[in-house]
Design a protein around this ligand. Sequence first.
Ligand code: AMP
Ligand code: MG
Length: 416
Amino acid sequence: MRGCGTDDGCGCESPGLTRFEDALENLLSYAEKVTATVTVPLNQALGKVLAEDQCSVVNVPPNDNSAMDGYGVNVADLVGGDRCQLSISQRVPAGADPQPLKPGTAARIFTGAKIPEGCNAVIKQEDCEALGGVVDLPTAVKDGQNIRLLGQDIEAGAVIMAAGTRLQPHHLGVLASVGIAEVAIYQPLKIAVLSTGDELVEPGDELAPGQIYNSNRYTLTGLVQGLGMELVDLGIVADTAEATEEALLRAASEADVIVSSGGVSVGEEDHIKGAVEKLGSLNLWRMAIKPGKPFAYGNVQGKPFLGLPGNPAAVLVSFNILARPYLLKMQGADEIFPISYRAPIILNRKAQIRKEFMRARMVQEQGQVRIEPYSNQSSGVLSSAVWANGYAIIPANTEINEGLEVEFVSFAEVMS
Ligand code: AMP
Ligand code: MG
């Protein structure tokens, strides 16, 4: 890992701080993909990661079908002037198996209905006039008009989805469209969430002087569930070595990965470091990022441990930029990073040694997109995230002048 590891006088860009990119690379190098798979019905597969490539055994659509409500004809029968009349020989609603088209006739047909043999075009009903058993039709009709061809969406034998795909609603729709009822997914990771801090009280309880409500628990459990992973919610952990060790041991026995908030500094009231070192091993990184400077990675009895900071906005950011890609890689997902956009930012400031992830709002006005950072970027100010709709990534050691294009990640990209 780059970085000098000292706090003084070395002349490097971020003395004593680990570069974010190095920490992320290092962290991801430890992420071991789960091997266990489980087969689940489609309605339990949302947000899970496919463990096997999926192939279609059918054509979609399975036969030529009508794209319109109208009349099915053979264009060779449309003779005469601008219009001609044909008798209506059958009615073909969606779901019916039609007779071959009688030569010299038309079939009343509806959207999605199977095209009768011998029919090679559908004329939309707005262009036709039916009178009793006869229909008046235009003659300028192209062969194949308004017919959706067999296999135009998916051909039998095609690979429709690769292992590693995180299943979103449209993936489930495509799997259903080829008749797949259940899929093999990687066994969802069980993630233990611990909220450390003697000052914490659960919402619904009275706040005594000096106490605050536990918000990290809800941010973190929501983020974990958004990733389609299983939650082992261990609630509040008191700031003592015993309580911290006990909670970590329970987490290690019940979960695949342990995520904690708070207690990762090195004050007397911070017990994560000592407890994790006692039960496994720990790397404590002071990263050149804002917010989220302290971040711990290690293991407790062999189970990966991610120690997030305590400050609520730092929890949100550090989960999204570090824990999320790590967990998705473990889960077998092929896309572990969000898509980012670039747009001009409304910000002027001097270069800073830490890369900053600013809660910000991407706005569009009169066709112009711009990024507006929230006024208070303190790592304790979580309400900033409600005002914001994503985060802007401000590079380290770079002076920012209004209008400079920076990267922006929408919350929509990382909250699920
Ligand atoms: P710590 O790293 O434990 O010193 O916590 C840093 C800051 O985050 C302190 O102001 C804590 O009170 C606050 N904090 C820690 N955990 C939580 C939590 N679960 N919910 C809200 N704030 C917290
Ligand atoms: Mg604390």
